[in-house]
Design a protein around this ligand. Structure first.
Ligand code: NAD
Length: 301
């Protein structure tokens, strides 16, 4: 219970608002070193629970609010209990506007339509956001860009630090190797995943295609069967494995004559997404308005 920032007291000395962080203008100032109160939206979801655990476990950040949809059975419950870490003194509520009164940053892992609605509420409260929700349409991405004129927003469909580092390494590798290699992307996920290839695998393909001056829509080959003919070097192949409880594995193979480079990322649990989101939270708390992603957070631009 020692880490609780009481959501009812936004003026507590520990409470650092976004404007105070911006006014300080100094990432090293003692003010910025203070605890950042965080409101988690979708708090009872799979990622929400991981986020509650991650934020509560780290110094310098604290769970200050927890929001869920109106018809969830968890309304009124202590969010720490729902996350399996015992009571932390923050109850799950439905009103994001009210929960933001105590927030320095809002983290949202819900669904596309609610996420856009929440971005409007955060905009009106001048509260920066970290958004992990995937599957936003182009209209919804535009709406997010619009909200980001007034608040800082980090949006990344994959918050894993390792995956985002791999994105950068893939760009470097593809540019160095050029058209002299065959590129194959192999991904594996648990048997309950319903889409293929994974969004992360597609993003890896886009990065490699972009670095090689290709259009992924034109050069992607999804699986092979029968008499395929010899491989066209300008294609990028995707292979998908669905089996057991694999959390998520991605390998990009650059195969040339006499040598092969393989870049692999293996996720062992969802905790890595939550850790990346917490890192993004610290980063976004003192950024000017704009739409950012994990490449910005990690300084990889
Ligand atoms: P989930 O279904 O377990 O959790 C989503 C939660 O959001 C649920 O508890 C639901 O009740 C809540 N919710 C829905 N509408 C709401 C509303 N209007 N207000 C408040 N809460 C609302 O799903 P999940 O596995 O936790 O994933 C959530 C999202 O995060 C998905 O889009 C998923 O693809 C994405 N995700 C992103 C990353 C990443 O690294 N960026 C990692 C994992 C999952």
């Amino acid at each position: 219970m020692g880490k609780i920032i009481d959501g009812s007291d936004p003026f507590s000395p520990e409470h650092v608002t976004h404007s105070a962080l911006l006014e300080s203008g100094n990432e090293e100032s003692p003010e910025v070193m203070n605890t950042i109160p965080i409101t988690i939206v979708g708090a009872a979801g799979r990622m929400g629970r991981m986020l509650v655990q991650a934020v509560h476990a780290e110094a310098g950040v604290a769970v200050a609010g927890a929001v869920e949809r109106e018809d969830t059975p968890h309304l009124g419950a202590d969010v720490g209990t729902i996350a399996g870490i015992g009571e932390i003194g923050v109850r799950i509520e439905h009103s994001l506007d009210r929960a933001l009164a105590a927030a320095g940053v809002c983290i949202d892992f819900t669904l596309p339509a609610p996420t856009i609605e929440h971005a409007g509420t955060c905009r009106s409260r001048c509260c920066p956001m970290v958004i992990g929700t995937t599957g936003l349409s182009s209209d919804q991405l535009e709406a997010l860009e619009d909200a980001a004129r007034d608040i800082a927003v980090v949006h990344a469909p994959n918050m894993s630090v390792g995956v985002n580092l791999c994105f950068k390494l893939l760009d470097i590798a593809a540019r160095a190797l050029g058209d002299g290699v065959d590129v194959e992307i192999i991904e594996a996920h648990h048997r309950n995943k319903v889409d293929a290839p994974s969004g992360t695998a597609v993003r890896m393909g886009e990065i490699v295609a972009g670095a090689l001056g290709r259009d992924l829509a034109e050069c992607a080959v999804y699986g092979r069967e029968g008499h395929t003919g010899i491989r066209d070097r300008k294609t990028i192949g995707f292979e998908t494995i669905r089996a057991g409880d694999v959390v998520g594995e991605h390998t990009v193979m650059f195969a040339g004559e006499g040598e092969r480079i393989e870049l692999t990322h293996r996720a062992a649990s969802r905790a890595n997404f939550a850790a990346g989101a917490v890192r993004a939270t610290r980063w976004v708390a003192h950024r000017p308005p704009g739409l950012y992603d994990m490449q910005d957070v990690l300084g990889l631009r």
